[in-house]
Design a protein around this ligand. Structure first.
Ligand code: FES
Ligand code: FES
Length: 604
């Protein structure tokens, strides 16, 4: 037996250099890229670094890996052990675990971890129940169980195997990185003795033994060599190499596996099999698992949905799917994989992400032809469920303009007033706002859609003569009532004085607020022919203007009031550009039917 020779006080660079010299490599190879392994006293600074696997440089130099598709590899499902160590801390009912066990068998999982019986009574009971289920249901699953490198833990697995009548492989783990040794105060002698005792306990129980070197990718090669030798001499059938912190790239995987193969060959244990167990901290767990498979490890590990410690493990369903596509395993139908995901999510109290490539709701809908990842607006409109339409009528009031010389089209001296209008029948969904009905059903786009939430007043219209915010009024509230919009104000040649004065005095710039201003002012002048400046301001206080400022607007309303009262004839009557252009007619059902007919004819 090779005993501890690693000098804990020697920096990792020195250890790597020694390793390089031994293997004849130009540069240090082995295990552990730059990581968080504790450096011993005497090493530079206080930083921590691991030892061993050298990563490719920032610029990618040193990669040069040749990908070979994996030939054949077995899959170990760690959901019921590592998966349960995720942050949710859920230990599901045994029924959920058993359902998942069957789903594992259905997707061709080869081996399953039935847990860590040493973790407590409930874990022991569940591990035994799972073993009994595998046996009684004749599931084609090899049972494995985790144990600390402690004889008592291994003996617990032996008892579970005896009780269930099912052989269980012992996966006995020991921390192998410098930081773990530092934290635990371990030395190599202690670790070697622990491995010897654990392996002996497995031997006594006639169970196969696997040494799991936790954090292998950040361990020192000299430490690994000693631990591996202890395992080999203890009768281990396999070694499990772990990227516990999700640390390496495929390059590191290749270096590590090459190192381990060399070491076990040197020990005369070429037949020793290897497992690969990885975490997802860098998002590389699936690629590294595939690389490990390509490099010939016999088993790769994963968990349902990749759920596990911290950010999780290799996603098992994706691993199975990808290995199937690479020809290393039989293809598994997606429905089975999706069922496995669903049962895994249930057991782990986990939510399947909507974009999960196999079981996500978006993916499934895409596959089932229901809906694409992105729904185009027109598709959404086509697919929108039919909404019941409610018939209603709007009475669009038409107003008269002021005659330039003391009379208007209605024959009222100086006054603009209601002179008729049109009744429009339409049908709207119950949730349609009056603003939407005016703009999008009747094409009365003079009423502006500003904030659409009652802040700006741009949508102001008159309902039975009272100003309302059309964006906050349901269309059905206007059923059978008189509606006035900016289009109902009189146009040329008897222009409504308000329109005239806003134009004359520069009461609008961009004009976006102007329709709302005009309607608020119309309501004011209809009820108060002689408003004060203060009353005008108060009447317009709900209408925001972002560019003109309010002085010109107030002056325009004041002048319009005077014109309407016949007190400012001399200021009115100037020909305006476009004064002889009559505005378009208000909508009516007859005109709408005509328009639709014309459109149809043009389309055909
Ligand atoms: S759009 Fe109605 S208040 Fe702004
Ligand atoms: S004129 Fe532009 S917002 Fe009032």
């Amino acid at each position: 037996m090779e005993r501890a020779t690693y000098d804990w006080n020697r920096g990792d660079e020195a250890a790597c250099a020694a390793e390089s010299a031994r293997t004849g490599e130009a540069e240090a190879r082995g295990t552990g890229a730059r990581g968080t392994g504790v450096r011993g006293a005497g090493a530079r600074g206080t930083g921590v670094r691991g030892a061993g696997v050298r990563e490719a440089g920032e610029n990618g130099e040193g990669w040069g890996l040749a990908w070979r598709p994996p030939q054949s590899v077995r899959v170990v499902d760690e959901t019921l052990r590592d998966g349960l160590q995720n942050a949710s801390g859920v230990n599901p009912p045994i029924g959920h675990k058993i359902d998942l066990l069957h789903a594992m068998a259905a997707i061709g999982v080869d081996a399953v971890s039935v847990g860590l019986p040493g973790a407590g009574v409930r874990h022991t009971e569940h591990s035994r129940a799972l073993c009994r289920e595998i046996r009684s249901a004749r599931l084609p699953l090899l049972a494995t169980a985790a144990a600390r490198t402690v004889a008592a833990d291994v003996e617990g697995i032996v008892r579970a195997a005896d009780e269930s009548g099912l052989p269980i492989e012992v996966y006995s783990f020991i921390g192998s990185s410098p930081i773990r040794h530092f934290a635990e105060g371990w030395d190599l002698d202690f670790m070697v003795r622990a491995i010897e005792r654990a392996a002996a306990a497995a031997r006594r129980g006639n169970l196969k033994f696997c040494l799991v070197t936790e954090d292998t990718t950040r361990a020192h090669p000299e430490v690994l060599r000693v631990l591996f030798r202890a395992a080999v001499e203890g009768g281990a059938e396999r070694l499990c190499l772990c990227d516990t912190t999700g640390h390496v790239t495929p390059y590191g995987v290749a270096e590590l596996i090459a190192f381990v193969r060399r070491e076990v060959a040197a020990m005369g244990a070429e037949g020793l099999q290897l497992d690969w167990h990885a975490h997802h901290d860098r998002g590389l767990s699936l690629p590294t698992a595939l690389w490990a498979a390509s490099l010939g490890v016999e088993r790769v590990h994963g968990t349902a949905l990749g759920v596990g410690e911290r950010v999780g493990n290799t996603c098992l369903e994706l691993l199975v799917d990808n290995l199937g596509r690479l020809g290393a395993r039989p293809r598994v139908p997606r429905e089975r994989l999706a069922e496995y995901c669903a049962l895994g999510a249930r057991a782990l109290s986990w939510v399947i992400p909507p974009d999960h490539p196999i079981a996500g709701v978006r993916y499934r809908q895409e596959q089932e032809g229901d809906r694409g990842y992105r729904v185009l607006a027109e598709e959404a409109a086509e697919e929108a469920p039919e909404e019941a339409l409610v018939p209603m009528t709007l009475h669009l009031v038409e107003r008269s303009g002021a005659a330039r010389s003391g009379g208007n089209a209605a024959g009222q001296a100086g006054q603009a007033g209601q002179v008729g209008g049109s009744r429009v029948a339409l049908a709207v969904p119950a949730r349609r706002t009056l603003l939407e009905a005016l703009r999008y059903d009747l094409d009365l786009v003079g009423t502006k859609q500003g904030c659409d939430k009652g802040d700006c007043g741009a949508c102001t219209v008159l309902l039975d003569g009272v100003p309302v915010l059309a964006c906050l009024t349901l269309a059905l509230e206007a059923d059978g009532r008189a509606v006035q919009t900016v289009e109902t104000l009189a146009g040329a040649p008897h222009l409504d004085p308000l329109l005239d004065c806003f134009d004359r005095l520069g009461g609008g710039q961009c004009g976006f607020c102007t329709p709302g201003m005009l309607m608020s002012a119309t309501a004011l002048l209809d009820r108060n022919q002689r408003p004060s400046r203060e009353e005008i301001k108060r009447a317009l206080s709900g209408n925001l203007c972002r560019c003109t400022g309010y002085t010109k607007i107030i002056e325009a309303v004041d002048l319009a009031a005077r014109i309407k009262r016949g007190e400012a004839d001399e200021e009115a009557g100037v020909d305006l550009p476009g004064a002889d252009c009559a505005p378009p007619p208000l909508p009516s059902n007859a005109s709408r039917a005509r328009k639709e007919r014309t459109e149809k004819e043009q389309a055909s």
